[in-house]
Ligand binder design. Structure first.
Ligand code: NAD
Length: 566
């Protein structure tokens, strides 16, 4: 059939009526490269534009793996995969799914951090949308420039707090791109439904401002009312242009993230993964730890090292869970203690933010060791003395202070508990409050351990310990798939709580027997789908869905999973 009589071939066209030869070869969503069949080549006028062999996706993948293995550094591997995504989207996702454990640290943390820092130098094709504050007043019009109309997920950042790397300005785009790739790879959200966005309000990164290759708005950050008005304009414009879209706020600085979420969470479909996703993954870890230790959630007392957005998010979700289980709210608050950079947070500590008030307890009943260092602001500035006085069952590190869980601290936790729960969640690895090996050695193998960063399995006194990784990737793609399948019009804390419970149930007895409180990352697609089905069920039960309840919620959700095969 001559190529000017293109028929709608579903495998090729994916919603387009008559893709041109140019589109078939250069639109990443349509391109199959050497996998175009003889008939397709004939039909669409591709004969002679490809080498003779008609290859399977498996053969193409073998070539990709060969080329990937030749890349000399993680950053080059990142660029290689990014170019593959630009060239052949299905092959990109098939590759990620084939070995997610290998590719996740490249397309996402930690390599994505370096990619953001180098973005101005390594960028090739732009991905997603860059909305500059210079164009305020025109955000609706700009969003309409995107080529796909049915956008369901936007991950948006203003680039101010990219991982632990600070202000990356417009180069922070790597984060929304990476997170959305994991929505698809880890939970099956179709990539055409996703849109990464940077709100470019300038940067205070001096090196970028001086770099002629910095591709963003060359100005200092706009702040205050003007900043919030711009973000509000964006949120409102999304409601109009993409009415079924969920907005994930990502890597905004703490001082903005908390008010931004509070401002929009009850008005539109949105969430903040740094706050809510972290909370859910930590709570799932606590559920797993309880199973491993044979204890109950309402027996737990948590000491948080760090009192920022991650810590408060975890504490609030833990409290929500305890209250649902029947505990009095005040009692539930009393189960959480915080240490910040000034010491143990107690009632009357000057200058405490409002969200810490319910967790600032009266310490007069605590007995601190002699010579406990105190200050005008806190009766205890020593973590080990705080552990000895409070006797927490769990110690959660979200402070970015590497080494804060030293031998004395781990030993104090072990004196107080048969199975001390020790979660150094700070990222990246260099910021971890302790290593897996330290926690296991200093507790003589008793610690129940999970960290924000990956640690290798180890043996202690003949027993294998596989350190769990408390990473949000167990939560947000699954929440995303549930929202996608139900067209939920809000994302609630109850959904994160359900996700945490569902995730914890995915951990098998075998996982627990080797010290793993989360299911292995290699099984993440299956894990995420199971979690998504439970969250989708809750969405329907709570009346938040915008689609009728299907007879079989699981089967319906599974039918929507993105399939990268040709
Ligand atoms: P944040 O800036 O909001 O909070 C950091 C907190 O640490 C602040 O309360 C600060 O007072 C406290 N702190 C700093 N120095 C301290 C010290 N010497 N002693 C005690 N407390 C100290 O940051 P955040 O968003 O809450 O993130 C904190 C860390 O948690 C980061 O390393 C981040 O990478 C990590 N994190 C991990 C995950 C995960 O999934 N594992 C998710 C979110 C955040």
């Amino acid at each position: 059939m001559p190529h000017h009589r293109h028929r709608r071939a579903d495998s090729l066209a994916r919603g387009m009526d008559s893709p041109t030869r140019f589109q078939l070869l250069f639109d990443a969503r349509l391109n199959k490269g050497t996998a175009f069949t003889e008939a397709e080549r004939d039909e669409h006028g591709l004969l002679g534009l490809l080498p003779d062999a008609v290859e399977s996706e498996a053969t193409q993948m073998a070539r990709i793996r060969l080329q990937y293995a030749q890349q000399p550094s993680d950053l080059m591997r990142y660029q290689y995969l990014s170019a593959l995504q630009d060239r052949n989207e299905r092959l990109f996702y098939a590759l990620l799914r084939s070995d997610i454990q290998t590719y996740m640290p490249i397309v996402y943390t930690p390599t994505v951090g370096e990619a953001c820092q180098q973005f101005g130098h390594i960028m090739r094709r732009p991905k997603g949308m860059y909305i500059s504050i210079r164009h305020r007043g025109r955000v609706r019009e700009i969003l309409r420039n995107w080529l796909v109309q049915d956008i369901r997920f936007i991950v948006v950042t203003d680039g101010e707090r990219i991982l632990g790397l600070g202000d990356q300005g417009t180069c922070g785009m790597g984060i929304p791109v990476g997170k959305l790739a994991l929505y698809t790879a880890c939970a099956g959200v179709p990539p055409q439904a996703t849109l990464p966005v940077v709100l470019d309000v300038g940067t205070n990164n001096e090196a970028f401002l001086a770099d002629p290759l910095y591709p963003g708005l060359r100005a200092r950050r706009t702040t205050g009312d003007e900043y919030f008005a711009f973000v509000d304009e964006f949120v409102d414009a999304v409601q109009e242009v993409f009415p079924d879209c969920c907005i994930q706020f990502e890597d905004f600085t703490n001082a903005i993230a908390i008010p931004l979420l509070a401002r929009h969470r009850d008005r539109v479909c949105c969430f903040n993964d740094d706050i809510q996703g972290t909370a859910a993954v930590a709570l799932a870890g606590l559920f797993g730890a309880c199973r491993m230790a044979g204890t109950r959630m309402h027996d737990q007392r948590i000491l948080f090292m760090g009192a920022g957005s991650a810590a408060v998010g975890i504490a609030e979700l833990f409290v929500t869970h305890l209250v649902r289980e029947g505990m009095d709210l005040q009692e539930a608050h009393s189960r959480c203690w915080f240490v910040n950079s000034r010491g143990l947070v107690t009632a009357g500590m000057p200058g405490l933010p409002e969200y810490l008030a319910p967790f600032a307890h009266d310490a007069s009943g605590l007995v601190f060791a002699d010579r406990t260092p105190s200050s005008a602001q806190s009766p205890c500035t020593s973590l080990v003395h705080a552990v000895d006085a409070i006797r927490p069952t769990a110690l959660i590190g979200v402070s970015t202070v590497a080494g804060a869980f030293d031998q004395a601290v781990v030993e104090a936790m072990t004196r107080a508990n048969a199975r001390p729960i020790i979660f150094p969640l700070s990222n990246p690895t260099s910021k971890s409050e302790c290593t897996a090996e330290q926690a296991i050695r200093w507790s003589d193998g008793a610690a129940i351990f999970a960290a924000g960063s990956p640690f290798a399995p180890l043996h202690w006194k003949g027993r294998l310990h596989v350190p769990g990784q408390g990473n949000n990737v167990y939560i947000y793609p699954a929440i995303g798939m549930a929202v996608y399948a139900t067209r939920a019009h809000r994302v609630t804390d109850a959904m994160f709580l359900r996700a945490a419970e569902a995730l914890a149930r995915q951990t098998t007895e075998h996982d627990l027997s080797v010290g793993l409180i989360y299911p292995p990352v290699s099984d993440i697609l299956q894990t995420s789908i199971a979690v998504a089905i439970e969250v989708a069920t809750l969405v329907h039960e709570s009346g938040l869905a915008r689609v009728p309840r299907p007879a079989d919620i699981g089967a319906h959700l599974r039918s929507l999973i993105y399939d990268p095969s040709y």
